[in-house]
Design a protein around this ligand. Structure first.
Ligand SMILES: Nc1ncnc2c1ncn2[C@@H]1O[C@H](COP(=O)(O)OP(=O)(O)O)[C@@H](O)[C@H]1O
Ligand SMILES: C[C@@](O)(CCOP(=O)(O)O)CC(=O)O
Ligand SMILES: [Mg+2]
Length: 328
């Protein structure tokens, strides 16, 4: 039996624009997905996804068979999850040159699904690492990141950046621009606060929406480029330990993301609650549409304000996780 875990992340800057080659800076946070893998005697795959739940049911499915999931969970949710886990298993079979390897897998996660904290990347990264190790292949975090990117790219219909998967595999704060991926050492201490509206956004659909706007209007393409400019300024602010400039630039980034149509009423409400509470900056994180915002505040004021904000289901402090994928 082999167990691996990998962290989720927040974006300080640059989501969406990173899909078109602009830079982005995600930061891994101390919330993890854990995948347990055990080899089977046959070539089948049985997956228990304990967090893919409605009303506390556990979903189990087998791939390659016509078995329907055993509870009434929306089919697209199960299909997407199967896409990620099947993709991860294919990568491990490829690494080990074992096309007929079968597995029993259990997926557990502290990362809310579809909320912009990178649950998909964390699951894929942990699953590839665990399944490859179960087949006696040790991959470097960089190799896991590359293979996980291929899976996300496929599940997101050919529209994905390397940002989430690289960040989850490596841990810490990272910078991604096209195929260039690097860790950022010496990031200042960032007082991250997350607000979660209890909802989710469909990453594939939101990315497709931005692409359509960008194709239709030159000013939408300019907006994507402007996000790139914000990120470059943000990197300078990080290098200078200027946390209040980082916050100001996060605010600007949120405005541009909102112009691209990926915010929502509850995300905006949480962003404004954080700003009014004195946060240095606040923005949505990830694909948007619903899910999480990230704010910077070293005082408890933002967390308290969010907990009283209608539309905010929970608020918590998030610590930077310097460790990426790891064996458990
Ligand atoms: N614990 C989990 N078990 C199974 N699948 C998961 C789990 N967490 C995430 N996923 C998969 O990832 C999808 C969410 O990914 P995505 O839309 O990219 O949002 P995010 O990465 O921001 O959480 C889920 O719909 C599901 O397919
Ligand atoms: C919108 C995007 O930039 C980030 C998506 O993040 P998440 O899956 O919502 O956590 C897409 C991508 O980079 O592949
Ligand atoms: Mg994702």
């Amino acid at each position: 039996m082999t167990v691996s875990s990998a962290p989720g992340k927040v974006y300080l800057f640059g989501e969406h624009a990173v899909v078109y080659g602009e830079p982005a800076v995600p930061c891994a946070i101390e919330r993890r997905a854990r995948v347990t893998v055990e080899s089977r005697d046959d070539d089948r795959l049985r997956v228990e996804a304990r967090d893919l739940t409605l009303d506390g049911f556990t979903v189990e499915y087998s791939s390659g068979a016509s078995d329907a999931p055993d509870v009434n969970v929306p089919t697209p949710l199960v299909e997407a999850a199967m896409g990620y886990v099947d993709g991860a298993v294919e990568q491990a079979r490829d690494v080990a040159d074992a096309p007929d390897a079968g597995f029993d897998m259990v997926v557990e996660s502290d990362i809310p699904l579809g909320a912009g904290l990178g649950s998909s990347a964390a699951v894929v990264v942990a699953a590839i690492d665990a399944a490859a190790r179960e087949l006696d292949c040790d991959l470097t975090p960089e190799e896991v990141a590359d293979r996980a990117y291929r899976v996300e790219h496929e599940v997101q219909d050919g529209q994905a950046s390397r940002a989430d998967t690289f960040c989850s595999a490596m841990g810490g704060a990272v910078r991604v621009e096209g195929d260039d991926c690097a860790r950022i050492e010496d990031v200042p201490n960032l007082p991250l606060v997350v607000g979660y509206d209890g909802g989710a956004g469909d990453t594939g659909e939101l990315v497709a929406g931005v692409r359509a706007l960008r194709d239709e209007y030159a000013f939408a393409a300019d907006t994507v480029e402007a996000i790139g400019d914000v990120v470059r300024e943000g990197e300078d602010a990080l290098a200078e330990d200027d946390v209040s400039a980082v916050g100001k630039l996060m605010n600007f980034d949120h405005g541009l993301l909102s112009a691209l149509g990926v915010s929502s009423r509850s995300l905006d409400a949480m962003v404004w609650a954080a700003r009014e509470a004195g946060a240095l900056g606040a923005k949505l994180t990830g694909a948007g549409g619903g899910g999480c915002i990230v704010a910077l505040d070293e005082t408890p004021a933002t967390e308290t304000a969010l907990s009283y904000t209608p539309g905010c289901e929970s608020a918590f402090r998030a610590e930077l996780d310097r460790e990426g994928v790891r064996a458990e």
